[in-house]
Design a protein around this ligand. Structure first.
Ligand SMILES: C[S@@+](CC[C@H](N)C(=O)[O-])C[C@H]1O[C@@H](n2cnc3c(N)ncnc32)[C@H](O)[C@@H]1O
Length: 232
């Protein structure tokens, strides 16, 4: 599927199961987040099973997080709140090939349902900062890159990788060996890859790449999800 064809007019705003909004793209028959709850899923999959899990194993360290697909900025915002709550510094790099326009972000009204109103300014800032620029807020270093995952080149290696591509039916190339090998290469040994996806072929491909893979209980509406560790 050529995503270049999707444009702002084709995204519809939906209300997900926990009351938080998301976009639905007709052409891809795909949403940006789980219909069962956008915030609930982001918080469970990426923050709890990714960020918090890594922190449990790596106390006192400062994680570097890489996100594939900034989208609405929801994962970045929830990670910021988590980092502040746990009083840790963090570096967060997110890439996005098809940035949402300012109008689209505003029309979603995501902020109305976000937790921790005292930190909502960070949600605005992450959208306002220029692509390629880094900004720092309360020991949280944030950078967003307007790039294609397949062609981007980064020297950095990361501790945690949030893999938040569109689903297999919409973007199968994101769930195959080449993309998953790229994920592996982006991680430090011991690094954690996490995603809402639970597809068997993705699990096998991750294992083939060299990851140690766990099937975890999924967020509401999904039986399972995957977490993969790059072995030391
Ligand atoms: C499921 S949505 C992610 C939602 C996002 N993490 C959030 O919190 O709102 C998938 C995102 O990946 C982006 N994307 C798709 N293909 C990409 C690629 N090849 N490189 C970078 N970003 C891509 C899409 O534009 C979209 O924003």
């Amino acid at each position: 599927m050529n995503l270049m064809k999707f444009n702002p007019l084709q995204k519809k705003i939906i209300t997900t199961g926990d009351g938080s909004p998301s976009f639905f793209i007709d052409q891809l028959n795909e949403t940006y987040h789980s219909k069962h709850g956008a915030i609930t899923e982001s918080d469970y999959v990426y923050v709890k099973k990714g960020f918090a899990h890594w922190l449990d194993q790596n106390k006192q360290k400062t994680p570097r997080i890489f996100e594939m697909g900034l989208g609405t900025g929801l994962n970045a915002y929830l990670s910021y709140v988590f980092a502040l709550d746990h009083k840790i510094s963090c570096e967060y790099v997110s890439i996005e090939k098809y940035p949402l326009s300012v109008e689209e972000v505003q029309s979603l009204k995501m902020k109305d349902t976000l937790p921790a109103t005292e930190h909502h300014h960070f949600f605005d800032q992450l959208h306002e900062v220029a692509w390629g620029q880094t900004f720092s807020q309360s020991d949280f270093l944030f950078k967003k890159l307007e790039e294609d995952f397949f062609s981007m080149e980064l020297d950095q290696r990361f501790d945690i990788l949030f893999y938040d591509a569109f689903g297999y039916h919409a973007q199968s190339e994101m769930w195959q060996d080449k993309a998953l090998q790229k994920c592996y290469d982006l991680l430090q040994p011991g690094g954690v890859w996490v995603s809402y996806c639970a597809k068997g072929s993705v699990r096998r491909s991750l294992e083939k790449t060299g990851f140690w893979v766990e099937r975890l209980e999924g967020p509401p509406g999904k039986r399972e999800m995957l977490r993969a560790i790059k072995q030391l």
